[in-house]
Design a protein around this ligand. Structure first.
Ligand SMILES: [Zn+2]
Length: 273
């Protein structure tokens, strides 16, 4: 049940974090509006802990994106993240929470689906952002051949460490004392759920991304990129399916993460005690 106090608390926290995300150039204005939607859903449907999980994802992944941005994406790479990215990463998680609430009673399987979707999106984002810091050439996950940095499906041990950091950050958030969150979490079940869904999601993202995602070559900087426009010019399609862009692959990976979380909970492993 949503109390008026929880609504006021959520509004204040979201106003502050939304302003910070905008001023810190983590998100553009449509991105902030989308994040506020996802934020309200997680706060009001899931409660304080589930908002903190979402917040940890956006803050840590956002910081990782900003870190050495030009080295990773070139002088004129993608700008700040927008609403499509927020929806692709947080849409499935929000839907899982809304389904859990609509059922009327407390439904732990939907909470597990939420955590699975977030862990999958977070692990995958961190694999990309930390993986791109690697100076050598990544290897294509399907063929193990060396490929240019930024190629969808290319993996590095840096990327693996990035996924590990995402799982650790979410786990640390879930271990926040229950006096603050009102929710008691089983530490071992939580770690297993986060690791299983995080690594499944980022592995899926790499394999599907490597096999089917649209790949382009920038006509200016010659990098292989996953966006249709780079350095202000239209890039040339060099492989994959154009409709299957990074956002679509992300959504599919979070659906898989949510499904793994759901199966986990349906088999009796309850993260919340
Ligand atoms: Zn370029």
């Amino acid at each position: 049940m949503v109390t008026i106090l929880l609504f006021i608390e959520a509004s204040l926290v979201l106003l502050l974090s939304g302003t910070a995300a905008y001023l810190g150039r983590f998100l553009d204005l449509p991105g902030v509006i989308a994040a506020l939607g996802v934020g309200y859903v997680s706060y009001l449907a899931g409660g304080r802990l589930f908002f903190l999980v979402l917040f940890a994802f956006l803050a840590v992944a956002g910081t990782a994106t900003r870190y050495r941005y030009r080295q990773k994406y070139g002088e004129a790479g993608r700008a700040v993240r927008s609403w499509t990215n927020v929806v692709a990463n947080g849409g499935v998680a929000s839907a899982a929470l809304l389904l859990g609430v609509n059922a009327g009673t407390y439904r732990p399987e939907f909470m597990a689906a939420f955590l699975g979707a977030i862990s999958s999106a977070f692990a995958d984002t961190m694999a990309t952002e930390i993986g791109l810091l690697y100076n050598g050439s990544p290897r294509m996950i399907t063929s193990l051949r060396r490929v240019a940095p930024g190629t969808p499906g290319g993996v590095t041990h840096y990327g693996f460490l990035g996924s590990l950091a995402a799982v650790a950050a979410l786990w640390a958030t879930l271990l926040i004392p229950s006096d603050l969150t009102g929710v008691r979490v089983d530490a071992v079940s939580a770690l297993i759920l986060l690791a299983a869904t995080g690594f499944t999601g980022s592995l899926f993202d790499s394999v599907i991304g490597g096999l089917f995602q649209g790949r382009y070559r920038c006509t200016i900087c010659r990098r292989v990129v996953e966006v249709k426009k780079h350095c202000g010019e239209t890039s040339i399609l060099v492989g994959g399916i154009p409709a299957l862009n990074n956002d679509v692959v992300n959504v599919l990976a979070t659906i898989l993460g949510a499904a793994v979380g759901l199966v986990f909970a349906l088999n009796g492993a309850d993260v919340l005690t």
